[in-house]
Design a protein around this ligand. Sequence first.
Ligand code: SDX
Length: 424
Amino acid sequence: METAKLELNGETYELPITVGSEGEIGIDIRALRGQTGAITLDSGYGNTGSCTSSITFINGEKGILRYRGYSIEDLAATSSFPEVSYLLIYGRLPTQVELDEFNHKLTYHSLIHEDIKHFFEGYPQKAPPMSVLSTIVASLTAYYPVPDDLAGQEKNIIRLMSKLKTIAAFAYKKSIGQPFMYPRNDLGFAGDFLHMMNAVPTEAYEVPPLFEKTLDLLLILHADHEQNCSTSTVRMVGSSNANLFASISAGIHALSGPLHGGANVAVIDMLERIRADGGNLQKYIGMAKDKNSGFRLMGFGHRVYKNFDPRANVIKTVSDRVLNEMGIDDPLLDIAKELERIALEDDYFVERKLFPNVDFYSGILYRAMGIPTDMFTVMFAIGRLPGWIAQWLEMRNDPKKRIYRPRQIYVGEGLRALPPIEER
Ligand code: SDX
């Protein structure tokens, strides 16, 4: 199969086919308008490939997720977030020496410029942390020079990877009126973040190893997910040759939406609402099926996964184990598991292939670690950062890269005369 045939207006056109390394077929329409005068229309891009990519592979029907060919299950079981970040960004697993050096860099660049602290003074206490994060990330351009050549990006990649968690922790401390806790060079990535979040200057705080390991795992599970909404945003903004900080700031905004990364907050709000309403699960299942209710089962459904989200499976298993180890009996976990059981036996969800996604259980673990609900999407952003960076680099390194500029089909008014001023 070398080409696809298109018949239009009595003409037959041959369109080249691209076949991916996992057998996915893409009809290459780059010459379509020139050949036929027509464009394609695909609202929401559910059938449109924006690029070829070597970073992440998802098979939604089989629940497969791989970063650079390694399965998410294997990486979740044996890797670390810094190692996965290196894999995504640089395209291969690091040697132990390279990983040690990468960890060293992520540690020694984790301070933010002291002047950046003034941003926090200007915010009200309850400023939405995702807004704070995206604003300060965009402002990093003012503090760290942005080279034009991609080779010069390395230092800013390290700065972003190591400073984002500091900005996030400072935003949290500001929201609770506590002093900032500075990063520490003797702690690992996840441990350092949890220390900045939970420590206070007046007493020593030891990060529980179980929390550090659990957060590291959650960050691995969120690290990349091919061309999702926020990653496509990072690519879109970066395609104009906007700098890395500006592109990542745009991705943070896209992720904040409740249909995307904001869903992990919406899931907890939904579970709390169900609990407060006496746990009447059938009522909420009924509302989720009623188009007029405006209610959706948050944490359910996915554009790509049509059988199960492998990340949700890992998180659900870990939630049981971690809560048992911590001796926590979270009623929201019981409600979530019962909600999943009922939904997966209901034709509405089965017919539409709606299953729990990565956001359905992740909030349970964040809660267990004492991370407040309004910081859940920030956690998603910290996890997704290496994926955004890797995708941005792949787009910018593409010798055939063009600025992302989709077309449209106009359905508005035809040409009409502008009435004279006195008649308007
Ligand atoms: C993430 O793309 C990624 O990879 C994202 C992500 C990543 O790692 O980057 O995986 C992270 O964003 C996960 C998704 C988090 N969002 C939610 O949990 C919000 C709730 N879910 C949805 O709103 C929805 O399922 C989406 C946004 C996830 C997917 O939307 P689609 O693919 O556009 O599907 P759709 O809205 O067209 O729905 C198809 C049908 C509709 O019913 P019909 O019109 O066919 O009758 O399914 C229904 C929808 O009404 N439906 C739901 C539902 N999700 C879809 N009905 C009830 N509850 C839901 N959650």
